[in-house]
Write a protein that binds this ligand. Structure first.
Ligand code: ADP
Ligand code: MG
Length: 139
């Protein structure tokens, strides 16, 4: 069942580059409502847990090191058709393939340091949102 919610996080490269405001503005202008948001940092163990599904991929260790290298901004977002519309807003994983005007096209540094995460399904949006916001006040 569609929940109209998705989960995102602004990744360390984009936080470091001072792009929290620009990216959040694009998200709101695209019609998403921010339901939860914080500035936080992952330990490498927590990054490993978040990306558990990728643990057999060759880039897993580098990804965990990168994702725990600096501050991140996780958010829960709401919009009709949230999962699909948000994946369209962020663009392809590799910024070289990301469509013009997408968040990754504008802000990503590389296929790894690609500025932002977007959940790929309603089920994962629920799991990922709880990973960061379980027990916190919901709006
Ligand atoms: P997406 O974030 O677009 O859903 P994936 O789920 O396939 O992409 O990968 C998760 C994250 O792992 C990517 O956003 C990126 O940070 C990193 N990643 C993916 N593929 C590679 C790769 N070939 N080399 C390095 N890092 C990668
Ligand atoms: Mg993914």
């Amino acid at each position: 069942m569609a929940t109209n919610k998705t989960f995102t996080m602004i990744k360390p490269d984009a936080v470091e580059a001072g792009n929290i405001g620009a990216i959040t503005k694009m998200i709101e202008e695209a019609g998403f409502t921010i339901k939860a948001m914080k500035l936080t940092k992952l330990s490498s163990e927590r990054a490993g847990e978040f990306y558990e599904v990728h643990k057999e991929r060759p880039f897993y260790n580098d990804l965990c090191a990168y994702m725990s290298s600096g501050a991140i901004v996780p958010m829960i977002l709401e919009k009709e058709n949230a999962i699909e519309d948000f994946r369209a807003l962020i663009g392809a994983t590799n910024p070289q393939d990301a469509a013009e005007g997408t968040i990754r096209n504008l802000f990503a540094k590389s296929i790894e340091a690609n500025a932002i995460h977007g959940s790929d399904s309603d089920e994962n949006a629920g799991i990922e949102g709880s990973f960061f916001f379980a027990g916190t006040e919901k709006f």
